[in-house]
Design a protein around this ligand. Sequence first.
Ligand SMILES: NC(=O)C1=CN([C@@H]2O[C@H](COP(=O)(O)OP(=O)(O)OC[C@H]3O[C@@H](n4cnc5c(N)ncnc54)[C@H](O)[C@@H]3O)[C@@H](O)[C@H]2O)[C@@H](O)CC1
Ligand SMILES: [K+]
Length: 511
Amino acid sequence: MKILTASQIKEADEITIKNQNISSEDLMERAATQVFNEIHKRLQGADLPVKIFCGIGNNGGDGLVIARLLMEHSYNVKVFIVNYSDNRSPDFLSNYDKIKNLSHNWPELLKGEDDFPEINRGDFVIDAIFGIGLNRPLEGWVAKMVNFLNASSAFILAIDMPSGLFSDKIPEEGDAVIMANFTLTFQTPKLVFFLPETMEFVGDMQVLEIGLDRDFLSKITPSAQLIGRQEAQNLYNPRNKNSHKGNYGHVLVAGGSYGKIGSIVLATTASLRTGAGLSTVFIPKCGYEIVQTALPEAMVLTDANYEMLTDIKTDLDADVICFGMGVGRDKSTVETFKELLKETKKPMVIDADGLNILSEYNELLQHLPENTVLTPHPKELQRLIGEWTDDFDKIRKVQEFIKKRKVIVVLKGAHTFIFEQENIYINNTGNPGMATAGSGDVLSGVIAGLISQKYEPLVAAVLGVYLHGKSGDISAEKLGYEGMISGDIAQNMGLAFSDLLSEKENGARAD
Ligand SMILES: NC(=O)C1=CN([C@@H]2O[C@H](COP(=O)(O)OP(=O)(O)OC[C@H]3O[C@@H](n4cnc5c(N)ncnc54)[C@H](O)[C@@H]3O)[C@@H](O)[C@H]2O)[C@@H](O)CC1
Ligand SMILES: [K+]
C-alpha cells in the first residue's frame, strides 16, 4: 500500500473531485460515512457517551458529518467545536448548518480553558480537531485541550491523524499531540504512523479507502510503501513441481565464536526453513559438534582456529553468503572478512558483528558487493552512519549512505524499514514478542534463504522481513509474547508460508 505525503493526498483529493465530478463536500461525506460505518459496526448502537471534538477546518468537517450520522442512528452524541480561529472552511460551515438543522441546537463552542467539558473514563472521544492541514505546533488553550483529552483516560479515536501530529516532521519535546487509542485514516497511512518517535500517538490503525482517483494513485511515486499480505503475495515465487534441491540454492553461513555458536544454528535453521536447498556453515572448530547435533540438515566446515574465525577458506560455490552473527571483532577475524569481501562476487547478507566490523573499519565498505543486504538494529546503524537528530534525519542519512555504498539496509524495529535506492518499504507484521535474543539471526537466515532461491536481494529483504514477522505473529499466538523465543520464529517459518499461500487462494486483501 502506498504511503503518500500530505501534499500528494491533497492533490489526489483535488483530482478525484474533478474527475469524478463531485464536490469536496461529497468527498467529505463519503470519507466520514466510512468512519461512521466502522464505528457503528463496533458499537452496534451502544448507549455510551460519544463526545466529538471538531476543529474548524475539514478535519472538523469530517467530525461534524460523523456526528450527524451517529445522531441519525440515535447515538448519544455531544459535539464540541474547538474554536481556535474564525477561519472556518466552507465544508465545515455547510456541515455545521446541517447539524443545527438536525439537532435544532448549535454544537457547543469551546473558546478557552474555562469551557473544557467533563470527560469520564467510559466516554468515547472522537478527535477531529486537526488532520493533515496542521502546519505549526498547537498553542495556548488548544494545546491544553489536547493534553486535557489525553489525561482523561477516555478511549480516543483519531480521525485521519491524531491532532497535533505533523505528517512530515517530528513534534518537539512538550508539543501537545493526541495520544489516540485508534486512528482511522483516509486512503493511505502516513509515514509518521510507523516511525519509532511518533508511532505511539497513533494507537491501532486502520486505513479507510475513500475512492480517490485510481489512475492518479497507481501512477504516483509514494514516499514509502507499506508491506502487507497482498504485497508479500505478489513477491512470492511458487515452486516448480519438477525441481530438485539444486534449484533452491546453497547458503553459506559464516560466523560464530566460542560461546556464540547458537546464532549460527538459528540463522542456518532459518535459511533451511525458508526453503534453501542446502546450507553450509563456516565456523570455528568449537562449534562443530554443536551444529552437527542441533541441525543435522546443515553441512559444517571449520576454521583452523578453535575459538574464532581467522581464515574463511572454501571453494564452495554458494549462492549467497550470510556473515557476522556471533563472529566477534578479533583482528584476525577482521582480516579474513576483508579477504572474503574482496574476493566474493556473491550476494551477501551482513548482520551483527559483521556490521560492527564495517563501522570500525570503514575502508571495508568499499568492498561490499552491490546490493549487499545489511540488517542493523538502530544501535548498529548509528555506529555505521553516525548520530541523527530525529527519525526524518535518520531516513535522510540512511538514504545518503545506501546511495554511496549501493547496498540495501534493513533497519530492524517495531516496524522494520527496508531502504533501497530512493525506495522505502515498511513492514507491517511482527510483535513485541520478537524482541528476544537471536531474532535478528533468524531474519538474516531467512533473507539469505530467499536469495539462495533466486529472489533478488531487495525482494528477499522485503518478503523475508514480512515472513519473519508473520512467523513471529504465529509464534506469539501459540506461546505469548513472553514465552516465544527466536528458535520458534525459525521453526514456524513454514506456517508463515502457508498463511501467505492460503490467503492467496482465498484472494484475501492485504492486512
Ligand atoms: N480535502 C478533501 O477533500 C478531504 C479532506 N478531508 C479531511 O480534511 C483534513 C484536512 O483538512 P484541512 O486542510 O482543512 O486542515 P485541518 O482540518 O487539518 O486544519 C485546519 C486548518 O487549521 C490551520 N492550522 C494548522 N495548524 C494550526 C495550529 N497549530 N493552530 C491553529 N490553526 C492551525 C490551517 O490553516 C489548516 O488548514 C484531512 O485530514 C481529512 O480529515 C476528508 O474530509 C476527505 C476529503
Ligand atoms: K484528528
